[in-house]
Write a protein that binds this ligand. Structure first.
Ligand SMILES: [Fe+2]
Ligand SMILES: [Fe+2]
Length: 225
C-alpha cells in the first residue's frame, strides 16, 4: 500500500468527520494507535500497515447512517440503534468493492465484535475475530472514552486504562488489552497521536522494564507512513 493511498485515506476520513466536532480526528488517532499496538504485538510490517489503514477507515460505513441519528444527542430508539449497528457492514461492503482496499474489508466489518461473542454484526468471538479488528476495537474504545461527547465530558486517562483492564477477556482480546497497557506505561504519548511523532518517553529507564525492552525498541523505530 503506497503512501499516497494512505494520505488520501486520511483526507477522506477528515472529510467524513468534518461536520461532527465530537468525532473530528478520531479516525486518524485510531489508525495510529492501532499501528502502535500492532508494533507492540510485533506483527509484520505489511500486517501493521493494513491495520493502520483499517483503523483510519473503521467507521467509513457511517456515511450510510442518517445524520439525524449520528448527531442525535438524546437516547436512540431501537430502530435508530439498529441503523447505527449497520455501519461496520456498510463499511466492509464499500471497501470490498475495490481490489486495492478489499483486504481491509473484514477488519472494518468486525471492529465492533467482542471477545466474548456479544458484539456485532456477526457475534464472532475470540480468535474468530480478525486480529486487526481486535486491535482496532481497543484503539477505538480508548479514543472514544478520552474524547468529549455531546452527553459527557472526556473521561480521565486513568479511568480509561482501568476500563480497558476490566474489559480484558470480555469486550477485548486479553493479549491486545495487555499490549495497550504496556504501551500506556512505556509510551503514553502514542495514545493520543493525530500525526507522526518520535517517541522519547521510553529512552530512559528501558532496563527497568525488561518485559517491555523489545517493544520499546519497536516503538522507537516506529514511523507512520
Ligand atoms: Fe495514518
Ligand atoms: Fe464503529
Amino acid at each position: 500500500m503506497v503512501k499516497e493511498t494512505h494520505d488520501w485515506i486520511e483526507v477522506l476520513t477528515a472529510l467524513l468527520e468534518a461536520k461532527n466536532s465530537y468525532t473530528r480526528g478520531h479516525s486518524v488517532r485510531v489508525g495510529h494507535l492501532a499501528d502502535a499496538l500492532a508494533q507492540v504485538l510485533v506483527l509484520g510490517d505489511e500486517e501493521t500497515k493494513l491495520i493502520h489503514l483499517a483503523g483510519h477507515l473503521h467507521d467509513i460505513g457511517k456515511i450510510g447512517v442518517p445524520d439525524a441519528v449520528l448527531l442525535k444527542t438524546g437516547k436512540l430508539t431501537l430502530e435508530e440503534w439498529e441503523s447505527v449497528k449497520q455501519h461496520p457492514v456498510i463499511g466492509g461492503e464499500i471497501l470490498a468493492k475495490t481490489a486495492a482496499l478489499a483486504s481491509l474489508a473484514p477488519l472494518v466489518r468486525h471492529h465492533h465484535e467482542r471477545w466474548d461473542g456479544k458484539g456485532y454484526p456477526d457475534r464472532l468471538s475470540g480468535h474468530d475475530i480478525p486480529l486487526g479488528s481486535r486491535i482496532i476495537a481497543v484503539a477505538d474504545s480508548f479514543d472514544a472514552m478520552v474524547s468529549a461527547r455531546p452527553y459527557r465530558n472526556a473521561l480521565a486517562l486513568e479511568w480509561a486504562f482501568s476500563e480497558i483492564r476490566r474489559q480484558s477477556g470480555k469486550q477485548f482480546d486479553p493479549l491486545v488489552a495487555e499490549a495497550f497497557l504496556i504501551l500506556a506505561q512505556c509510551a503514553p504519548e502514542k495514545l493520543l497521536l493525530e500525526s507522526s511523532k518520535e517517541s522519547t518517553v521510553c529512552e530512559k529507564g528501558d532496563e527497568e522494564k525488561p518485559a517491555g525492552a523489545d517493544l520499546i525498541q519497536r516503538i522507537k523505530k516506529s514511523a507512520y507512513f
